[in-house]
Design a protein around this ligand. Structure first.
Ligand code: DGJ
Length: 740
């Protein structure tokens, strides 16, 4: 670590510099520059974020230095009550009851690499891949120090930020708001993009022009939520997939969040992101620290597509951990939509056997295997196998499935308890609850209650009950579900002055439990799920390298869900399965072919009773499985380029390019048939202009045509769309470079 006003140049391209004359910090990579200045009065002000700029003109710095009106200063991390009337980055109540505060620069440190955040998930990097700047700011009157952390990553337009509070006074402080980051832009000429929806309709893309006042997204559900994802982006008005400026803001957190944009009367735009201040406070005793979650800001000068690839790369290489980090994931079959709660050992074995014959690699036993779980109104918390359903026990079942040549996976919902359960009867005090109040939403939230993960005893119970099963059974995959948002947020573990901490303490408790279990079972592949994509966020990806994208398994609905999800989450993290037709969520009938094509854009699997398939269908499944295995590396470890948005037309297209750029896989889908319509060729991105490709077109997993086409033609003109009849049609191409 290097203290004081110094500069380390790791190499010309990634650097953090400090100019002593104007007291300016410059964080630079090949993709972006970020400038801040310590003003004459000691404020840390924002100067610039965007494409690389080597110097800021002196007159600009001079003018910035002389600003005295707090309401027009572009603050890096703003206080409140002293003339800046915009959204504060933090708010602290002193013992005196006052909340006014301003932060003055004290010192800074620049060093190689990146530090973690205690108790919270965060990106990581080896020493030569990243550089970090820490800046200490102080409120002397309030008696606290705020440290801002900035990390840049080599070759990326990425800045990670978080904030640490330190109570340096002899009196307790109450944190009322502690955001992770804020950025003051000098104009409001941007569009706001967000990923919003509902259960089974997650991550639809919405874009709107900024207007004066507040706009943004938040969660108050205790989980990041189906409704809003902890991500927003600001786009220059003419920005498209491949052209124009984008600023992405994502939060590595799985609970209540706020991502807010405020445009003021001076046309200044403040973006703020962090833990939602609503129903949040934190007692900070003398000498204690409080860390915020990490925010990840991405700058792309080349449209949304590049922003997405930067997030994908960062999440894959610097966030996801463990054995499965960059490993191809198994093709699975899950019994949920095949049987729901109504299964017996024989049925499970039949499905597994039929699936194994077709090349499927992993069988996952979903909800219903424990307690007396014949419906969703009992037994959560009683993690003991139901011998009425599985008379030979879980170990025997897993071994028999292993004996067929398949891995075995198991579903848990560890954070919950049913009122009708032995656990609840023994420990009614273990769930989140507010004294004297009947649980508000228990009756319609699947008649289950949320365990109070702020309690150490609850955390130990979860770890122990899962450990017992994972140790005694050959399990190679766990689906970690969470089927309701938090309500009745109160804990008898804490006093009245700390009840507003519980939502955050729940998330911290969850992180601790996941850390303990995933560390104890490093060879188990964990998939997180929250009624589908209710907690699909970077915080969860740190512990569990994949997520069940949505409970909506209809191929057509999935076009939008997966397209939106791909804006920041990599394909390898995105569970996508072939499900029944008619589909169980929307009743739509689609071909097995399109269901396969859409699911092949993620982490592939099946969620059907394959024993009921005709021989013809089984043969198609076998071909799909073989084909997916041949493209799996390209899809899961390659780079994605979106070609046509399902939000903009009847057609959708996306492309994956292998890391060595030798293979490209393209998927095209069309929702409804249109009379007398001539479809434009599908122009490709990400192919080598000078390359020549062997292009195979697949329909029903058969090669229906093969040709040699140049990369220049594919980019300029595109792939000809074949004749496809009817609604809900699709095809795929596999392209291989034949000269280089
Ligand atoms: C919700 C999940 O998203 C489904 O896939 C399934 O596991 C059910 N829960 C089981 O209760």
């Amino acid at each position: 670590m290097n203290g004081g006003d110094s500069c380390i140049k790791m190499e010309a391209i990634m650097r953090i510099e400090f100019d002593k004359k104007y007291k300016v910090f410059h964080l630079a990579t090949t993709e972006m520059s970020y400038y801040m200045q310590i003003t004459k009065r000691g404020f840390l002000s924002h100067v610039y974020f965007g494409k690389v700029i080597e110097t800021i003109p002196e007159e600009i710095l001079e003018a910035n230095n002389n600003l005295i009106n707090p309401d027009v200063i572009r603050h890096e991390y703003s206080g409140s009550g002293l003339g800046d009337y915009r959204t504060p980055s933090y708010k602290i109540r002193l013992e005196s009851g006052h909340t006014t505060s301003e932060l003055i620069y004290v010192t800074h440190r620049i060093y190689k690499g990146k530090v973690g955040i205690e108790g919270l998930p965060s990106t990581y990097c080896h020493e030569d891949g990243a550089m970090t700047l820490e800046i200490d700011l102080e409120d002397k009157v309030g008696g606290f120090v705020v440290t801002l952390f900035y990390t840049i990553f080599d070759g990326q337009g990425v800045i990670s930020r978080h904030t640490r509070f330190h109570n340096t006074s002899p009196k307790p402080l109450t944190i009322l708001s502690a955001l992770s980051a804020s950025v003051d832009f000098s104009s409001s000429a941007y569009d706001l993009l967000q990923l919003s929806g509902a259960w089974s309709r997650e991550k639809h893309v919405y874009r709107r022009k900024l207007v004066p006042g507040f706009q943004g997204v938040e969660s108050k559900r205790g989980i990041s939520s189906h409704q809003q994802n902890p991500f927003i982006a600001l786009l220059a008005p003419d920005t498209t997939e491949y052209v124009g400026e984008v600023y992405g803001f994502s939060l590595v957190y799985s609970g209540n969040f706020l991502a807010n944009v405020e445009v003021d009367s001076n046309d200044l735009t403040r973006v703020s992101i962090g833990i939602n201040p609503s129903d949040f406070s934190w007692c900070l005793k003398p000498s204690e620290y409080f860390n915020t979650p990490e925010a990840i800001m991405v700058y792309s000068a080349c449209g949304l597509s590049k922003m997405s690839r930067m997030y994908h790369k960062l999440f894959r290489e610097n966030l996801i951990r463990g054995h499965f980090k960059e490993k191809e994931r198994p093709i699975l079959i899950n019994n949920w939509e095949a049987t729901y709660f109504d299964f017996k050992e024989e049925k499970i074995l039949e499905i597994a056997k039929a699936a194994q014959k077709l090349g499927i690699e992993l069988f996952v036993l979903d909800d219903g295997w424990f307690g007396k779980r014949d419906s969703d109104n009992c037994s959560l918390g009683d993690w003991v196998v139901d011998h009425a359903k599985l008379p030979s026990g879980m170990k025997d079942l897993a071994e028999r499935i292993n004996g067929m040549g398949m891995d075995f996976g198991l579903w848990f919902e560890p954070e919950m308890v049913s009122q009708d359960s032995d656990l609840y009867r023994a420990h009614p005090e273990w769930c989140l609850q507010v004294p004297s109040r009947t649980p508000g939403s228990y009756f319609y939230q699947r008649t289950q209650m949320v365990l109070d993960l702020s309690k150490p005893a609850v955390r130990d119970y979860i770890v122990k009950s899962m450990t017992d099963i994972l140790e005694s059974t050959p399990i190679s995959y766990v689906k970690w579900d969470m089927n309701r948002p938090l309500s009745d947020i109160g804990s008898n573990e804490y006093g009245s002055d700390q009840q507003q901490e519980i939502a955050h303490r729940y998330v911290l408790g969850l992180y601790e439990v996941m850390e303990r279990i995933t560390t104890a079972f490093p060879m188990v592949l964990f998939e997180s799920c929250s009624s589908g994509g209710g907690r699909y966020d970077p915080g969860m990806l740190y512990y569990m390298p994949q997520t069940w994208t949505s409970d909506d398994s209809d191929a057509i609905e999935r076009l939008k869900i997966q397209y939106g999800t791909s804006l920041i989450y990599p394909a390898i993290s995105m569970g996508a399965h072939v499900a029944n037709s008619p589909n169980h969520q929307v009743g739509r009938r689609t071909s097995l072919d399109i269901r396969g094509h859409v699911a092949m854009a993620g982490n592939y699997g099946y969620e059907v009773d394959i024993t009921k398939f005709s021989n013809e269908e089984k043969s198609l499944v076998q071909k799909q499985v073989t084909f997916y295995k041949s493209i799996r590396k390209t899809v899961q470890l390659g780079e994605q380029f979106r070609l046509k948005s399902p939000f903009e037309s009847n057609e959708c297209g996306w492309l994956y390019r292998s890391q060595d750029q030798q293979e490209v896989v393209v998927t095209y889908t069309r929702v409804l048939a249109e009379a007398y319509k001539r479809y434009q060729p599908l122009k490709l991105m990400g192919v080598k202009h000078s390359g020549k490709y062997r292009v195979q077109l697949f329909e029903n997993q058969e090669v229906v045509s093969e040709s040699i086409i140049g990369g220049d033609f594919l980019t300029q003109v595109g792939l000809t769309i074949p004749e496809l009849e009817g609604d809900f049609v699709s095809c795929m191409w596999q392209l291989k470079v034949i000269n280089d």
